[in-house]
Design a protein around this ligand. Structure first.
Ligand code: PAF
Length: 282
């Protein structure tokens, strides 16, 4: 595996792969890798000749009161895990190279509509930061295929919309969420939980499963279902941010006839914001 931090070096490798007609898969990450990330890499390897993974803690997608400084940075261990999996290139650029003119002056990419709702309403500017960095990384790596976790379901939809809207020449794959044995969706932020919070955290997923079961059985009174779920989560020690039942493709409120649904949730356990979702095909 080559560890690349300079953009020109990455472009040179890209040129060589182009000459060799290699299929290039890309997995963008912010590092602190867990099995969820490694499953993205495994999926990428199944589809491509060359796998590039990026690690970049992107300041543009963090709000002013969020955990940018505290976000875990574990590059040596991440590099070891990726090497073991047979990744070809780990691209770990510097902030000053990615935002060469400074964040204030940075040209941005924003997918309207979908970026402003749900998580986007709770985290203004977040999806602008995500779309901008992913667009920049796509321009550098120029992958044929890119892999993202379905745990960040709205992020995946934002990126798919950006790729369509900007006629980008690549295919985006969503990979199912990897869970701990007790159901908690894997996330780098889980390590912020203390032992008591960690023990309670899987309740978020079990409540979503209960909602899922109720909808599959025929309940369509979504507002009642969501309100009851929020109350139960609060009783268990969560501070719910949102629970939403939406049409999976558009993320708009669904009609009662909608067959492709997604339940999206974010809730604080202490200071840690957990997100999760379940897709429902009726
Ligand atoms: O999902 C993430 O880790 C990040 O949002 C991403 C896609 C790497 C962009 O910084």
């Amino acid at each position: 595996m080559q560890l690349v931090s300079e953009i020109p070096q990455l472009r040179e490798l890209r040129r060589e792969w182009q000459v060799q007609s290699k299929v290039i898969a890309f997995v963008p990450t912010m590092g602190n890798l867990h099995q969820g990330h490694l499953n993205l890499v495994r999926e990428a390897k199944r589809h491509a000749d060359v796998v590039v993974v990026s690690i970049f803690v992107n300041p543009m997608q963090f709000g002013p009161d969020e955990d940018l400084d505290a976000y875990p940075r574990t590059l040596p261990n991440d590099a070891k895990l990726l090497q073991e999996l047979g990744v070809d290139v780990l691209f770990a650029p510097k902030v000053c190279d990615m935002y060469a003119r400074g964040l204030e002056q940075q040209t941005f990419v924003e997918v309207p509509g979908i970026s402003y709702m749900i998580c986007g309403a709770s985290r203004p500017g977040h999806f602008r930061g995500v779309a901008t960095i992913v667009c920049k990384l796509f321009n550098m790596v120029q992958p044929n295929l890119a892999f993202f976790g379905e745990k960040d379901f709205q992020q995946l939809q934002v990126i798919k919309a950006m790729v369509t809207d900007l006629s980008m020449n690549l295919k985006v794959f969503g990979v199912p969420t990897t869970r701990e044995n007790d159901g908690l969706a894997m996330s780098s932020r889980n390590q912020y939980l203390d032992p008591a919070q960690r023990a309670l955290a899987p309740v978020l997923y079990s409540k979503l499963q209960e909602l899922n079961a109720a909808i599959v059985k025929g309940r369509r009174d979504y507002t009642n279902l969501v309100n009851a779920c929020k109350t139960e989560l609060a009783e268990q020690g969560f501070k719910p941010d949102y629970i939403e039942i939406r049409a999976a493709d558009s993320l708009m409120p669904p009609s009662h006839e909608e067959k492709n649904l997604v339940i999206l949730a974010a809730a604080f356990m202490g200071k840690t914001r957990l997100i999760d979702n379940i897709q429902i095909k009726l």
